[in-house]
Each structure stands twice: as C-alpha cells, then as structure tokens.
Design a protein around this ligand. Structure first.
Ligand code: SAH
Ligand code: SF4
Length: 410
C-alpha cells in the first residue's frame, strides 16, 4: 500500500566545505585531525602530538586562530593557517526573548540556514541544537516539518553550534597555557551547574537526529570528550519522533538520555499527526523504548506529548497513555508540551485547565508528568516553531527530488 505523506529521508545537497581549499578541523575526530596533519606532510609522531594540542585548543579553550596556540612552534603556525581553519557557523541574526531565551539563525558555508536556541533557567542553561536543515518528517503540528528542502548537518556544523554558544556566552576558560592549563583551578574543563551557563544539550532543534545518525554521533562524541567540552552524557538528551531501527544503536553507541515524541496513544491519531507512525507504529516504538540500553528508573525515558485541543487531550487519552507505559514497563516520565502556534498551523493548544487535568491523571497513576513552560514564543524560538528560509534548489536538485519521489512510488 502506498503510504501518503513524506516519511522517508529525502535530503538534498552535501555538507559543504568552509575555508575554500583549507580543511576545517571542527567536527573531525582526534584521529581525523592527526590523519589530516600527516596527509599535509607531518611525520607520524609530530602529527599525533600536534593533533592532541590542536584538539585541546579547539575544544577546551575555544581558540579559532592557530596563532593563538602558544605551545605550537611559532614557525609552524603559519604553515597550519595556510592549510587548515577552525570554523564557526556564520551568525545571520541573534535575538533575545523577553524571557531571556536566545535564538540564533546560522548559515552554513553553502548559505543553508538553521537555528539554535539557548534557554537559561535558574539552575541550568540548555542549548537546543539542530541536526538537519529542515526535516523530512512533516509532523502536522511542527513548523520545521513544513520546510521542503532538507539537508543533513555535518558533525562540524552540529558541534559548531555548541562552540558558537560558548563564544556568545563568553564561557571559554581564561588563563594561559604557561605552567600547564590542567593545573589551573578555573580551568577544569567541566561544565557545572554553578558557574557555567551552558550545562545541558538537547537535540531538539530542527531535524530528526536519528535520520542523521553518523554525524550526530560524531558531534556528540566530541561534546562528551573529556579533554574538551566534556559534557556528561547525563546532561545530553536526544529526541526522536520514533525512528525505531536506529534506537538501539543510539543507546549503545551514543548513550545519551532518550526522549520520544509520542504525542498520541491511538494509531488513528498518531498516523495523522506524526506520519512516521505509519511506518513504525506505537507498539513497535514502545517495545524499542523498553529495550533502550541504559534506561532504568534512575535514567528514565522522556515521553513528549504535545497538547492539541480536541485532538489528543481527553481524559481517556491520559488513561490510555498510563496503560501503555505500564504495559511496556517503561521507566518513563511524561513531558506535556503546550502546543506552540505558528502561522497557518492547523491546530490549537489545549486550554490550560485541560492540560492540568491531563497532567493530574498521569501523576495520580504514579508517573511524573510536568507541563513544559513555553519559552521564547515571542521570537518564535519555542518547541516546533523553528524554521528557516530554505535556499532555492538548483535544477539538478529538483530533478533528483522528482526522481526520488518517483522511485518511492515504485
Ligand atoms: N525531530 C525530533 C526533535 C525535535 S522537536 C522529534 O520530533 O522528536 C522537539 C519536540 O518539540 C518534539 O517532541 C516535537 O514533536 C515537539 N514539537 C514540534 N512542534 C511543536 C509545536 N508546534 N508545539 C509544541 N511542541 C512541538
Ligand atoms: Fe521533524 Fe521533529 Fe518537527 Fe516531526 S516534530 S517534523 S520529526 S522536527
């Protein structure tokens, strides 16, 4: 049977190079940097040593100029500058909401635009990171899903968002390398809830992270690396709309917290609002959650549930949600997200008293179900409001999309 709706990953374009002929080192593994240095002419031993030093400067110190890498011989720095860069996404616009939420519109080297959001709270600061330009999945309540053109972001473009946020927040460790950075008190290289603003990362910006697995994994490995950004996997959450075949690998190979965009408890409604459900149904999804490596009562899976008026918000829906979570014995918490509107959206948010009643029913069954406070709505930075103007496709891209659609129709 032909499945209506666009549920398979159809992306356009490849990740472009920043810096012309020079190689951007951001997003490469340590081993990748070593190989690039060796390729450029260093011998194996020198390449290994320099890779370690450069890694530390890029990810621990936030340095973007080789000239500032003071433990690398002065004569070698111009040699590096000629061949490599430490890139950053270009900031197109930066906005601040009246609740303190910040949103940046970023441009990649090919002009494709994507957004990232920083949400400050009393006890934490959360960076909401994008994994794709746009999203192929077309969830009906999501603004990002209305973008027609989609490109995967590269690991460098994903980790670049974190680097840029630390630039903007002025959070790189100070001090010099003299005497060894590791000895300096303020230079421990760990994010802490006190002192640092950026403490948590959520892969909840534009895109479906499990449709861009390798690049997301590469980026998060860099973010978690102890000699660098050193963010604990417990402070990172990956949200998926339910790409079942990739969930076990996400748990085994990345190991971060999992959030699942459930949003409905019946096939009929979930098929309508999350079209991926036609491919991977609720039972299959919950079974994959039950098998998610690392999930237990101390590390619960978050089930996201967007509150849509008269669509998925009845008492019966809440009871069915509890029943399903119990049936699959899921170490679960539910996150109720009041629907964030966008121009032309086909839904309305449930009234606040309905959201509270829904939340109470779940709490009464012994499952935590807090209501997420909308943040940054005034600058269109809240969940599901992100969208950038996709660049006009070339003729060749249009032809390719047409061919792929034809192929999908069989
Ligand atoms: N693509 C991933 C992650 C990004 S979206 C996913 O779907 O899980 C982060 C969360 O915001 C998801 O639960 C998503 O369903 C939800 N969301 C999307 N549009 C929304 C809207 N308009 N209002 C509230 N939440 C929305
Ligand atoms: Fe894509 Fe997530 Fe939006 Fe669905 S909710 S369209 S998966 S970004």
């Amino acid at each position: 049977m032909q499945i209506p709706g666009h549920i398979d990953p159809v992306t356009t374009g490849t990740v472009p190079l920043r810096g012309g002929n020079r190689i951007d080192l951001v997003g490469l593994t340590r081993e990748g940097i070593r190989a690039a240095l060796q390729e450029a002419g260093l011998d194996a031993k020198a390449a290994k040593l320099r890779a370690k030093q450069i890694w530390h400067w890029i990810y621990h110190r936030g340095v973007t100029e080789f000239d500032a890498m003071t433990d690398i011989a002065k004569t070698m720095r111009p040699w590096l500058t000629e061949r490599f860069i430490v890139g950053r996404p270009t900031v197109v616009t930066a906005q601040v909401s009246n609740d303190g939420t910040r949103k940046w519109l970023l441009a990649a080297a090919d002009g494709q635009e994507y957004e990232m959001v920083f949400i400050p709270d009393a006890d934490r600061g959360t960076l909401c990171v994008s994994s794709q330009v746009g999203c192929t999945l077309n969830c009906r309540f999501c603004h990002t899903g209305t973008m027609r053109l989609v490109r995967n972001l590269g690991a460098g473009e994903i980790v670049g968002q974190v680097l840029l946020a630390r630039d903007a927040l002025g959070e790189w460790p100070k001090g010099t390398m003299a005497g060894g950075a590791e000895d300096e008190e303020d230079d421990a290289g760990h994010y802490t809830a006190d002192g640092r603003m950026l403490t948590n990362i959520v892969m909840m910006g534009m895109g479906e992270p499990l449709y861009n697995f390798d690049e997301v994994k590469g980026a998060l490995k860099i973010v978690m690396d102890g000699d660098g950004l050193a963010l604990s996997k417990r402070r990172i959450t990956l949200s998926t709309s339910g790409v079942v075949p990739m969930m076990a690998r996400a748990g085994e190979e990345i190991g971060v917290n999992l959030a699942v965009s459930l949003h409905a408890v019946s096939k009929e409604i979930r098929d309508e609002i999350v079209p991926l459900n036609r491919k991977y149904g609720i039972e299959e999804l919950l079974a994959a959650c039950a098998a998610y490596p690392g999930a237990n009562n101390a590390r619960r899976i978050t089930f996201e549930y967007v509150m849509l008026k008269d669509k998925n918000d009845s008492d019966a829906d809440a009871r069915e949600l509890v029943r399903l979570l119990k049936q699959y014995r899921l170490p679960a918490k539910v996150n109720l997200i009041p629907f964030n509107p966008w121009p032309g959206a086909p839904y309305e948010c449930s009234p606040p008293e309905r959201v509270r009643a829904f939340s109470n029913l779940i709490f009464e069954a012994g499952i935590s179900a807090p209501i997420r406070t909308p943040r940054g709505r005034d600058i269109m930075a809240a969940c599901g409001q992100l969208k950038s103007a996709a660049t006009k496709p070339t003729r060749a891209e249009l032809d390719r999309i047409a061919e792929e659609k034809q192929a999908a129709l069989g």
